[in-house]
Design a binder for this molecule. Structure first.
Ligand code: ZN
Length: 290
């Protein structure tokens, strides 16, 4: 059964700002919980004309949006929820123009909302060391011209991706492709002892000395997969697939992403890649991470 939330289901679930506020309260605190003020287990009731709930035991007020991206926003909660829904439902990302049109807000507001939702996605994804069989591959993204996959193409940002076969993905911006840089990203994100497949950029011995088991395919010599003596199949097809989709999406949805903002877009696409089997859960993960 598909876990996809349709537009219709979205509006049935969140028909008003009040419904959205109740949902934030439910996910972040619960309508019944131990009150931080009086320390008693209490039920919380919505206050009229305020985005707050009051404790049935001591009357203290709780604002569930306090400290979140919604706190000082003049955009309605339902518009925010719908924007988050669009980010969850898409595969190729949501442009500022699309948000502007769909929500009827200014471009400036739409752009800012998009950036805040991307940051939220990065935060919600959390951190876990990768394990199992990892593929590592770097890519050159951005720039105004669809340049060749040359190393160090001008105007492009270098990004590195690590992907568990059939599993989680981690991606980040890197300053260069020096041995020490590549090794550092692997050490920070991959459990020692893990098998890592790369292309020939990663020299032999680069990872073995850290307790990783490393296999490289020679893309320069048109070698795309290689079985090692223990039958482990080395290739980087899944992580390359992610980079291909990411580059196409950036080109078609955003035209250009500057170096400064690349980490945000990586966070967005990584979050979706890591949770794409459960769209409903994605939505609540984001509300929970507010
Ligand atoms: Zn209380």
């Amino acid at each position: 059964m598909s876990s996809r939330l349709t537009v219709r289901q979205f509006f049935e679930r969140f028909p008003s700002d009040d419904a959205c506020l109740d949902h934030i309260m439910e996910v972040r605190f619960g309508m019944r919980h131990v009150c931080a003020k009086c320390g008693k287990e209490a039920t919380f009731h919505r206050l009229q004309n305020r985005k707050a709930y009051s404790c049935s035991q001591c009357g203290a007020h709780l604002y569930p949006c306090a400290g979140t991206i919604f706190q000082d926003s003049r955009t309605s909660l339902q518009s925010w929820f719908y924007a988050i829904y669009l980010f969850v439902a898409t595969r190729h990302g949501v442009s500022g123009k699309e948000l502007e049109r769909t929500l009827g807000v200014t471009y400036k507001t739409a752009y800012r909302m998009g950036q805040q939702i991307r940051d939220l996605m990065k935060k919600a994804d959390g951190f876990e060391m990768l394990q199992g069989h990892i593929e590592a591959d770097e890519a050159y993204v951005g720039g105004y011209r669809p340049g060749k996959r040359g190393r160090g193409a001008a105007g492009k940002t270098i990004v590195m991706g690590l992907k568990e076969r059939e599993g989680r993905l981690h991606a980040e911006v890197i300053p260069n492709v020096k041995t020490a840089t590549l090794r550092d990203v692997v050490i920070r994100n991959v459990e020692p002892g893990t098998t890592v497949s790369t292309d020939e950029l990663y020299s032999y011995g680069l990872l073995e000395c850290q307790g990783y088991r490393h296999g490289a395919v020679k893309h320069g010599a048109k070698q795309w997969a290689k079985k090692d003596i223990d039958g482990v199949n080395h290739h980087t097809n899944s992580v390359e697939g992610f980079w291909k989709m990411f580059k196409n999406s950036v080109r078609s949805t955003h035209i250009h992403v500057s170096h400064k903002h690349m980490e945000r877009y990586l966070g967005e696409f990584t979050f979706r890649s890591n949770h794409r089997q459960m769209e409903n859960a994605m939505f609540d993960l984001l509300i929970g991470a507010l």
